[in-house]
Design a protein around this ligand. Structure first.
Ligand SMILES: [Fe+2]
Length: 317
């Protein structure tokens, strides 16, 4: 088995730029996932994000999770649970408008730090999208523009904790799924990971590396690249001993952005006949569909959007 791709972003500035771009291309084409180091987000700042997130969990979330486990009788499970996850989460929205000031229970310091973290991640997401454009032979800014719609991209963060689980074989931390949106930037617990992706039919651990950021591609990038890049199934397995934290930030299209395969990529592909062409749709329609089908394979979602393309007038906008 090849190694999980770990990319040193610093090398993009030197002699090894071409090799590094090639590593990113390979990761996008064959893994849908990679981990980046030296991404210019200061390490001490990442440590602060981690510390505050763990403090917040202890103070405001842990008790609630224990009560949920008791109410739903998730302790000592005998049979597999397939309609719930062993996770404790809350969400923050940054774009098009931040809701951080309205999210309850956060300390002033945590609010301020998460706001700053989001700004750094937004910049990093846009840099990464441009690296993808370069590898794809699309003009700089193409993907950012494709995500824009009338209000700009949607950017949000899911803060999750996976408390120690007595029966990780009976209930997943987070059930297998692909991400619906654009590009995901994940700060995972440096001690324990639990994140796994499906590669050639096998679950592969995403290694926990201190101060790295894990990047993965969502369904929208699969559509825009017409399948050249793919969103990849992943899941979280909770640990029996010790909690693990995960902060995933989703840089997604705006709700009214119209998503479709980049014409420049189609021209190159259709030379050799009748290749499959991904659907064209409004992003929020995809999200409505995804809400009910998140834990199912993505292909039926693409198929359903394709079927609507011929009937819905919005799809030709
Ligand atoms: Fe995910």
């Amino acid at each position: 088995m090849e190694h999980f791709p770990v990319i040193n972003m610093e090398k993009l500035n030197g002699e090894e730029r071409a090799t590094t771009m090639e590593q990113i291309r390979d990761a996008c084409e064959n893994w849908g996932f990679f981990e980046i180091l030296n991404h210019r987000i200061p390490h001490d700042f990442m440590d602060t994000v981690e510390r505050l997130t763990k403090e917040h969990y202890k103070k405001c979330m842990e008790q609630r999770f224990k009560e949920l486990v008791a109410t739903k009788a998730l302790q000592g499970l005998q049979a597999e649970v397939t309609d719930m996850d062993w996770e404790s989460t809350f969400h923050l929205r940054h774009l098009p408008q931040s809701n951080i000031s309205e999210v309850p229970d956060l300390s002033d310091e945590y609010r301020k730090v998460m706001k700053e973290f989001a700004l750094k991640l937004e910049k990093l997401a846009e840099e990464l999208l441009d690296l993808l454009c370069e590898n794809l032979g699309l003009e700089k800014g193409y993907l950012k523009k494709a995500f824009h719609g009338t209000k700009g991209p949607t950017f949000g963060t899911k803060v999750a904790n996976y408390p120690p689980c007595p029966t990780p074989d009976k209930i997943k931390g987070l059930r297998a799924h692909t991400d619906a949106g654009g590009i995901v930037l994940l700060l995972q617990d440096p001690q324990v990971s639990g994140l796994q992706l499906l590669k050639d039919g096998e679950w592969v651990d995403v290694p926990p590396l201190r101060h790295s950021i894990v990047i993965n591609l969502g369904d929208q990038l699969e559509v825009i690249t017409n399948g050249k890049y793919k969103s990849v199934e992943h899941r979280v397995v909770a640990q029996t001993d010790g909690a693990c934290m995960s902060i995933a930030s989703f840089y997604n299209p705006g709700s009214d952005a119209v998503i479709y395969p980049a014409p420049a990529l189609l021209e190159k592909e259709t030379d050799d006949g009748n290749k499959k062409v991904y659907p064209k749709f409004v992003f929020e329609d995809y999200m409505t569909l995804y809400a009910g089908m998140k834990f199912q394979a993505k292909e039926p979602r693409f198929k359903a959007m394709k079927a609507r393309e011929t009937t819905a007038p919005t799809a030709t906008a």
